[in-house]
Design a protein around this ligand. Structure first.
Ligand code: SAH
Length: 356
């Protein structure tokens, strides 16, 4: 546990009482000085976890293929925004741009925008994307509003804070984190929960996660798509049915650990409830596509053919790596099934998106 972050958490709890899980995630991940993403580059072998674009260049390439196809179906606008929320090291965007170099007119029209709050990762993205003109923003609502958009987000929503609600004899209560006698963080339950978070319950559920922040972010992206035209693509690990259960998890040096251990040094995420996002999209006048599994999506875009093409010009070791990394991102027992892909377009647009 980083001392400073624990101190910040303790101080907050001592001053204002136990914090809900969303506040906890917010402090741990996004504290301006000591937050997990604010201090370090967490990816890769030396880091805590790895993501599909970091596993294989083919992932970002397929997103590039998808974006170019979408741009064509939008009527090849002369100028459009290609934005990514939470771009990590910028690898997905770099692979997507490289894969679209030969798409006639695409690079003349593209304006690359990245939504990133971490200064450490922004400077990493700057390095990865040094060959391109890039604009950075703190929030998706700061994108220019004068062009159509193609927005992508991979493993972004899982980093946005969730509340956890627990059903016990006394009704629904919110899970919180307080301090024990030694000043160490411990889980507890609070009596009051904000009524707007009360889920429409399926009988028998004992625990639920809700994320008003994630929903609002999603709807903001949806409003941008509706107003400016285009599409948004979301890839994340999550379920397609109403969430019931605790999906909060901490990963430290590629191993799962207790959420209250290694605070500030472990990545903390929660699965994305795609069913809620779908409902939100429909209410907001958006057309929702999917969700489909990551494996289905990438195969529909031709990732296996791409792997064969790469293998043809590869040496033995590279060929093994191509086969291995392909299997990691598309196989059902790896990321292929757990990760879901969903997109939104304006309900009035007739865009038929590739991959769904
Ligand atoms: N998409 C990348 C990284 C995923 S990790 C990949 O697939 O490799 C989550 C990313 O979201 C990080 O870049 C993190 O700094 C960023 N992030 C987290 N919360 C954010 C917020 N509220 N606004 C913008 N970026 C955020």
């Amino acid at each position: 546990m980083t001392g400073e972050l624990l101190q910040a958490l303790r101080q907050q709890i001592r001053e204002f009482g136990p914090v809900d899980i969303a506040t906890f995630m917010n402090i741990v991940l996004a504290h301006p000085q000591y937050g997990y993403y604010m201090r370090q580059d967490p990816f890769g072998v030396k880091g805590d976890f790895t993501t599909a674009p970091e596993i294989s260049q083919m992932f970002g390439e397929m997103i590039g293929v998808w974006a170019a196809d979408t741009w064509k179906k939008m009527g090849e606008p002369d100028a459009f925004i290609l934005a990514e929320c939470g771009p990590g090291r910028g690898t997905l965007m770099a692979d997507a741009l490289r894969a679209t170099t030969r798409v006639d007119g695409f690079h003349d029209a593209v304006c690359v925008h990245l939504i990133e709050t971490s200064p450490v990762l922004r400077s990493q993205q700057e390095k990865t994307l040094h060959a391109y003109e890039v604009c950075w923003h703190d929030h998706v609502n700061l994108l220019p509003d004068d062009k159509p958009v193609i927005i992508v987000a991979n493993e972004f929503f899982d980093a946005l804070p969730v509340h956890q609600l627990v059903h016990d004899a006394g009704g629904w209560k919110e899970k919180v984190i307080g301090l024990d006698d030694n000043g160490n963080p411990v889980f507890g339950l609070a009596d009051t929960i904000v009524s707007e978070m009360m889920p429409v319950m399926n009988e028998g559920a004992e625990m639920l996660e809700v994320s008003p922040v994630r929903m609002e972010y999603f709807l903001e992206i949806g409003r941008t798509v509706k107003k400016q035209g285009g599409a948004a693509l979301f890839i994340d690990y999550g379920h397609t049915h109403l969430a019931s259960g605790d999906t909060l998890q901490a990963v430290y040096k590629h191993e799962y650990c207790d959420v209250l251990e290694n605070i500030g040094q472990a990545d903390i995420t929660a699965h994305v409830d795609f069913a809620s996002l779908q409902k939100g999209a429909q209410k907001a006048g958006l057309h929702d596509h999917g969700p489909v599994t990551q494996g289905e999506f990438l195969k529909a875009l031709g990732i296996e053919l791409r792997a064969q093409m790469l293998a043809r010009v590869a040496n033995e070791m590279q060929r093994e790596d191509i086969v291995h990394s392909l299997s990691r991102i598309i196989d059902d027992d790896q990321m292929g099934n757990l990760f879901k892909v969903m997109a939104v377009t304006d309900a009035d647009s007739k865009l038929v998106l590739a991959g769904f």
